[in-house]
Design a protein around this ligand. Structure first.
Ligand code: ARG
Length: 367
């Protein structure tokens, strides 16, 4: 078997090695402050928790396996995590919750920057131990690649001081949520640094990080100090009443081109660095569905949660006809991938993967 090299500086260079998540034993976790703030008020998930129904786990695993096989066929090496027992409670001296989440999606936990893979702090109690699903792989990479830097951000305490109690009601209403999002008043406080890896997009020397429910300003500051050779930019999207994870909101496709969720427009002052360097920010096509599938955390905008294989080729979910058409018009070759049946496990094609190796080096796209 070929030895690992860890290297990935952006979201679009030719992909050669990737991790694809697994749905095994995934749970809907019990109520906890940050998770409740995210579950839509009209969601079928409110008030229930426990292991996800076995038939949905089986279906999601079939789709993830098929996606992994599709990538392998294109010459991309695919690794899979080793699921821990997610039925076990998560207990630390500071908190207790009765179950964990799962080993989907890897993008939320692992941030690859160059030859480093950084385990995020995470901001939900049920996801505190999620890195353990990836430790066998990270250990293997560490043995095989003498330049691999395996890093872990300081584990947060996640006491009640980390969460604004205002968000604990399930009757906040969209209007209030949008007002809070515009004021950058999110469920997480500034008690300690918090970030999920999926709030970060990599543009070579620049990291673009969403400030929202799962990443606070101290988390962004922590990333700035941790990556001293990078420029770290905080962004926020006031149109999103549930701002977690940037990858159904802002999707770079290749140098110079980004899709933005039309309902979650990047504010003018934050567009400057892109515009000044000739980058185009285009509205993403509409999703093909009116509602997410059952028991799903995400919105219908997983339509734009695509996996770029190289600057000319992109994986798009196979039912997202408008998104596929748009990619076609933008001159990209589309690889349709059937994944909607796995959306409930935490996301789409970008979410359910984590980069290990993309060709290319660290470029400055915003000189
Ligand atoms: N917040 C996004 C939406 O529902 C979903 C993002 C999922 N991304 C992820 N990496 N888990 O629109």
């Amino acid at each position: 078997m070929q030895k690992t090299t860890v290297n990935s500086w952006n979201e679009w260079d030719p992909l050669k090695h990737v991790i694809v998540g697994r749905a095994d034993d995934c749970h809907i976790p019990p109520a906890e402050p940050a998770l409740d703030a995210k579950v839509p008020e009209d969601s079928d998930m409110r008030g229930q928790w426990g292991r996800r129904p076995q038939d949905t786990i089986d279906e999601a695993n079939e789709l993830l396996d098929a996606f992994a096989a599709q990538l392998t066929k294109r010459g991309i090496r695919v690794d899979r995590p080793t699921p821990i027992n997610h039925a076990l409670p998560a207990t630390t001296p500071d908190f207790h919750t009765d179950s964990q989440f799962g080993c989907m999606p890897p993008r939320d936990v692992l941030l690859t920057v160059g030859s480093e893979i950084l385990e995020a702090t995470m901001s939900y109690r049920c996801r505190w131990f999620e890195y353990l699903n990836y430790r066998p792989l990270l250990q293997q990479y560490w043995e095989e690649d003498p330049n691999f830097r395996h890093e872990a951000a300081p584990k947060p305490r996640l006491t009640d001081a980390d969460y604004h109690p205002d968000y604990l009601s399930d009757k906040i209403g969209t209007e209030k949520r949008l007002q809070w999002a515009a004021e950058k008043f999110f469920v997480t406080t500034e008690e300690e640094p918090l970030f999920d890896a999926a709030d970060v997009l990599r543009f070579g020397r620049d990291l673009v990080v969403q400030h929202g429910f799962t990443t606070n300003l101290k988390g962004i500051e922590w990333l700035r100090r941790h990556f001293p050779d990078h420029r770290v930019h905080a962004v926020n999207f006031p149109g999103d009443p549930y701002p977690i994870h940037i990858d159904a909101t802002f999707t770079p496709l290749r140098p110079g081109l980004i899709l933005n969720n039309p309902g979650r427009r990047l504010p003018d002052d934050q567009r400057k660095m892109f515009e000044a360097n000739g980058w185009e920010i285009k509205d993403a096509a509409q999703p093909a569905h009116n509602t997410p599938p059952p028991l799903c955390y995400s919105s219908t905008w997983l339509s734009m949660n695509v996996l770029v294989l190289d600057p000319k080729t992109v994986c798009v979910e196979a039912s997202e006809v408008y998104q596929m058409e748009q990619m076609d018009r933008l001159g990209l070759e589309v690889v349709p991938v059937n994944l909607r049946g796995a959306y409930a496990f935490g996301g789409g094609l970008h979410c359910c993967t984590a980069d290990v190796y993309r060709e290319g080096s660290c470029e400055d796209y915003f000189p």
